[in-house]
Write a protein that binds this ligand. Structure first.
Ligand code: BES
Ligand code: MN
Ligand code: ZN
Length: 498
């Protein structure tokens, strides 16, 4: 889909559809009012006779509106103006695209970017429109023998430029939106792919092909390389699988000078059965999404490369499959991590932290990074704590945390900080090794983060627990592409500052 911005004389717009908003009850927005004027009150007449009153997410499709050149005018209900906010804005934009896809409209002039949404700037609104438009056309049907639903035909979205001084802001938001959506597409496809296809080797192949497309450097470490490096924790997770583990490293150099990179480390468990501490059967298929952290790293690097950001970013993906088997790790096993610390594996289902700890050590040894951020579908406890809206955020550097929170707000891909207090650390005490891999029933998202913190004491580090936000269950089961928007904005903001 193509997005452009330009000044538009709405009644002269020669395209397939115009989209304008109506607040409840029956209050035309500025753009709608202009159409009403040139059409001699056509819209207000319809509202007065009760065809629409502006209820949130309602739509009314009009054809041949007098004195309007566009083939169609879509009215979108925005709800009450007083309570109009991020949520209602996003819902109205989604409702508009949904309604458009039911028409044959190929191009649209989308007049909702100028609505005031609380404190948010035009950049925020335009970015949301691009992301929601792309979300509305996303389909994953490559594993179906025949595509069942007709693909939307909408191919071009014009954001009318009301105020010429907004041009740089709108263009930069469009650029970031398009790149972010592209990255989200990469992340969603990998997440949605079946786990018999999306194996650690498949992730490695994808990284290699991405490296070719964007001229990145890609290195894939094999199990024998990991043995040499002493990655006993990562290898312990992979031991029960027929699929060999891979440690995938992608380097994006947007800066000539050897500036320290930001390193993104993504959990890449391509299927998590729990191992010997096996999971119950219901919904186990969803553990194919346990590589969503990895997918978000590849997605974010795609977005960064699309935007050609002038920064250095490294992506590291410990990829493995967690299976039960005669060779699998047992509860009670003690393994030695690359850092030298020993870990008692009390539950083989707490495998994410095991693959991440070795990747985090590797990241620090290889790159002396400016900051390390790991992204992982790490704990069910995080879903209990925060549900499906907020990503859990932890870290050892308050300013890094604040910057990440801000990037989440800025992209409406929000995170919420959880505590990483010393008081929780003792829950990881082990009688037989330096540290246990679980901290008991309570505060499971926190103790998981505490485990990772033991391996990141010497760097600026943050951890995103995306267990509740990376995918949706139920009828709309599928990857969300989160937190690609947050991470992309975090890096874009750094690039703007450098
Ligand atoms: N991948 C899971 C976390 C998860 C569970 C994400 C459900 C999304 C939905 C992770 O590897 C895991 O199994 N964690 C355990 C940790 C426990 C054994 C300490 C969990 O959350 O139950
Ligand atoms: Mn697990
Ligand atoms: Zn897992």
């Amino acid at each position: 889909m193509e997005f452009i911005t330009k000044p538009v004389n709405l009644d002269k717009y020669q395209g397939d559809s115009l989209v304008v908003g109506v607040f409840e009850p029956r209050k035309l927005t500025e753009a709608a009012r202009r159409l009403d004027e040139v059409s001699n009150g056509y819209l207000s007449k319809l509202l007065a006779q009760g065809d629409m009153n502006g209820k949130a997410n309602s739509t009314l499709l009009l054809h041949h509106v007098p004195n309007i050149n566009s083939k169609r005018v879509l009215l979108v209900g925005l709800g009450k103006e007083k309570t109009f906010n991020e949520k209602t804005f996003a819902a109205a934009v989604s409702a508009a695209f949904k309604a458009l896809h039911q028409t044959g409209a190929k191009d649209v002039c989308f007049c909702l970017a100028d609505l005031i949404v609380k404190k948010w700037t035009i950049e925020w609104r335009v970015l949301q429109i691009v992301l929601l438009a792309q979300t509305s056309i996303y389909r994953f049907d490559r594993l179906k023998s025949t595509a069942e639903s007709k693909a939307p035909v909408l191919a071009k979205v014009v954001i009318p430029l009301e105020d010429k001084t907004d041009l740089p802001a709108v263009e930069s938001a469009l650029q970031q939106g398009i790149a972010t959506a592209c990255g989200m597409g990469v992340a969603k496809d990998l997440g949605n792919l079946a786990p018999n296809i999306c194996t650690p080797s498949y992730l490695a192949e994808q990284a290699i092909s991405m490296a070719k497309t964007y001229k990145l450097k890609c290195t894939v470490l094999e199990e024998k390389d990991m043995e040499k490096l002493g990655m006993g924790a990562l290898l312990a997770v992979s031991r029960g699988s027929r699929q060999p583990a891979k440690l995938i490293v992608l380097e994006y150099r947007g800066q000539e000078k050897m500036e320290k990179p930001v390193v993104l480390v993504g959990k890449g468990i391509t299927f998590d059965t729990g191992g010997i501490s096996i999971k119950p059967a219901p919904d186990m298929d969803e553990m194919k999404y346990d590589m969503s952290g990895a997918a978000s790293v590849l997605g974010t690097l795609t977005a960064v490369a699309e935007m050609k950001l002038p920064i250095n970013v490294v992506g590291i993906i410990p990829a493995a499959e967690n299976m039960p088997d005669g060779q699998a790790s047992r509860p009670g096993d003690v393994v030695k991590t690359m850092s030298g610390m020993t870990v008692e594996i009390l539950n083989t289902d707490a495998e994410g932290r095991l693959v991440l700890c070795d990747a985090l050590t590797y990241a620090q040894q290889q790159y002396k990074p400016e900051a390390v951020i790991d992204i992982a579908t790490l704990t069910g406890a995080c879903v209990i704590a925060l549900g499906h809206n907020a990503t859990g955020l932890f870290g050892n550097d308050e300013s890094l945390i604040q910057t990440l929170l801000q990037a989440g707000e800025q992209t409406y891909d929000r995170a919420w900080q959880l505590p990483l207090w010393d008081e929780y650390q003792e829950l990881l005490d082990s009688n037989f090794a330096d540290i246990a891999n679980i901290g008991g029933r309570w505060g499971g998202a926190v103790t998981a983060a505490c485990f990772l913190s033991r391996f990141t004491e010497k760097c600026h580090w943050a951890h995103l627990d995306i267990a509740g936000t990376a995918w949706k269950s139920g009828k709309e089961k599928g990857s969300t592409g989160r937190p690609v928007p947050l991470l992309t904005e975090f890096l874009a903001a750094r690039a703007r500052q450098s």
